[in-house]
Design a protein around this ligand. Structure first.
Ligand SMILES: [Cu+2]
Length: 118
């Protein structure tokens, strides 16, 4: 929902105001567009196994298979999870398929996750 809202806001800005990303464009608008573009792009998708879920902290620990799109080997690590992702739907031991987007500070955030049928 967060992602859709941002993209809609950016689309509104692009269609309703001056040409996009012109010099002199308000920093707020430029930053809104960059945020929407970042949220839109899936940097990598992969599969892994859930080790732990921190629903309150919106973190999940996964052992993921290699992610060739971003050059990562198989590893075990914590991920931040985007707003709107239901962490009650996953539990330790689940095999999952997930998507990542770059958070803008060089880290990656999970923007989609679902259990794999097996
Ligand atoms: Cu990793």
């Amino acid at each position: 929902m967060f992602r859709v809202t941002l993209i809609s806001a950016a689309a509104l800005v692009l269609s309703g105001f001056a040409a996009p990303l012109e010099p002199g464009m308000s920093t707020d608008i430029a930053s809104l567009i960059r945020t929407a573009q970042a949220a839109e792009e899936t940097a990598a998708s992969g599969v892994g196994t859930v080790n732990s879920v921190g629903a309150a902290a919106r973190k999940i620990n996964l052992t993921h298979e290699p992610l060739p799109e971003i050059g990562w080997p198989k590893m075990t690590m914590d991920f931040a999870v985007a707003e709107g992702i239901d962490l009650d739907a996953v539990a330790p031991g689940d095999a999952v398929r997930f998507s990542l987007s770059e958070a803008g500070d060089g880290s990656y955030v999970i923007t989609a996750i679902e259990t794999e049928s097996r």
